[in-house]
Design a protein around this ligand. Structure first.
Ligand SMILES: Cc1cc2nc3c(=O)[nH]c(=O)nc-3n(C[C@H](O)[C@H](O)[C@H](O)COP(=O)(O)OP(=O)(O)OC[C@H]3O[C@@H](n4cnc5c(N)ncnc54)[C@H](O)[C@@H]3O)c2cc1C
Length: 381
């Protein structure tokens, strides 16, 4: 086992850290305050090749391994959780899925645009009645000649405000749940799509979440993978997506740790720096340990993904551990900063709100535990 980065991975990490510091960080508080999708920052990210990080170079991507991708997402999330997760959606849930499963025609038309960031992607799985129970798709996809008519409502679609295409899931065999769901790549300028702004989000503000009301007709060549084979494809995409969310959570957690350490060294009470109190040191030590343990799980899941191995359980473990560690890191940072953190507009306050989302999207912590338990055998018998 080798925990060293290659020279190429190290150089890539440093270049992304510089980009995060110089280009993303100055915008991070504004993105959070306004809740507006950060078009300019995303354009800069596209110039750096951050939209098709793992897509093959011959197909317009950067052709990097999954570990490099997690290094990029973590570095960006350390300054802006929103920018990081927005990139993760296009990379893991759309571009990689198109590369993996699209017809030649869809490949030709969309993959380079997605990998270059010319087109932003969205992933529309959730519905009013299909959250954790994602197989309960009520969106109907009915064959009509050489096309499909897709009718239904998708909710909480991240990036939808700016996206040019969305992966949309619909039921092609109603009543059969996961055995009768099909995935489509839907251009969002197709007539019959109404986008509605989502409720004001607590955290990861500026993610461009919208609801989509669909009554569209789309050519059968826009089916991703096999007809009725959409549910396993969603799980395939989410496997990579969860590794990326683990990286996002670790970036948030690392920023919280930085805040706690910085404050503990600067603030004095009882004539001593907070950092000299054992109670404070232990909080910081626990946070650093939990984040590092979660990072090991994430690197393991990333390595399996690079090697094309299954890794479903590992990506769930990585997301579960990292998102819960980030939540505790933000919580403990709030405790170390106390009143300095517990005010609107403090960085720790933003980290606290942003960290919370990582335990919800791309499957809640309970959903990850269900996946892990299922793969450990029949625990209930
Ligand atoms: C900021 C944000 C961005 C999002 N982006 C996207 C996106 O781009 N695309 C998309 O498709 N979706 C997106 N979502 C939706 C997200 O995936 C869902 O919110 C998530 O899957 C949970 O579904 P739900 O909110 O309906 O909660 P529910 O499924 O109603 O769950 C409520 C609670 O019950 C628990 N629960 C449910 N079933 C069980 C069970 N069997 N056993 C134990 N506990 C259970 C859950 O863990 C949770 O704690 C986003 C959500 C947010 C907040």
């Amino acid at each position: 086992m080798n925990f060293d980065f290659t020279p190429d991975q190290r150089a890539f990490k440093e270049s992304i850290e510089r980009f995060a510091r110089e280009t993303v960080e100055p915008w991070a508080a504004t993105i959070d305050k306004t809740g507006e999708f950060p078009v300019e920052v995303m354009r800069e990210a596209a110039r750096l090749g951050l939209y098709g990080v793992t897509i093959a170079a011959g197909r317009g991507g950067a052709g990097r391994d999954y570990l490099s991708y997690t290094l990029a997402i973590e570095a960006i999330a350390r300054v802006s959780a929103t920018v990081a997760v927005s990139l993760a959606v296009t990379n893991s849930l759309v571009a990689e899925l198109v590369e993996h499963a699209a017809s030649n025609q869809v490949h030709e038309r969309w993959l380079r645009k997605l990998a270059s960031g010319e087109t932003i992607g969205a992933f529309a799985l959730s519905e009013p009645g299909a959250g954790t129970d994602a197989a309960n798709q009520q969106t109907a996809a009915t064959r009509e000649g050489s096309s499909y008519r897709i009718r239904g409502r998708k909710v909480w679609v991240a990036n939808a405000e700016a996206a040019g295409v969305a992966v949309v899931f619909g039921s092609t065999r109603p009543g059969t749940r996961r055995d009768g769901i099909t995935a489509f790549l839907l251009p969002l300028d197709t007539p019959g799509i109404a986008r509605t702004a989502r409720d004001d989000s607590l955290g990861v503000r500026g993610l461009g979440c919208m609801d989509l009301d669909l009554d569209v007709s789309i050519g059968a060549d826009h089916v991703l993978g096999a007809v009725d084979g959409g549910f396993p494809l969603a799980m395939w995409a989410l496997q990579g997506g969860r590794v990326a969310i683990a990286a996002q959570a670790l970036g948030i957690g690392r920023a919280a740790l930085d805040q706690a350490i910085g404050h503990a060294k600067a603030r004095e009470q009882f004539g001593q720096r907070l950092a000299s109190f054992e109670a404070i040191q232990f909080m910081i030590a626990d946070v650093a340990t939990e984040l590092d343990a979660a990072r090991m799980l994430m690197w393991k899941a990333a390595s399996l993904k690079t090697n094309g191995e299954a890794g479903l359980i590992e990506s769930s473990m990585a997301k579960l551990a990292a998102s819960e560690a980030a939540h505790r890191a933000a919580d403990k940072a709030m405790q170390v900063l106390a009143s300095a953190g517990y005010r609107r507009g403090s960085l720790v306050e933003r980290l606290f709100r942003d960290a919370r989302a990582a335990e919800i999207y791309q499957g809640t912590s309970e959903a990850q535990r269900m996946i892990i338990a299922k793969h450990l055998g029949d625990l209930a018998s």
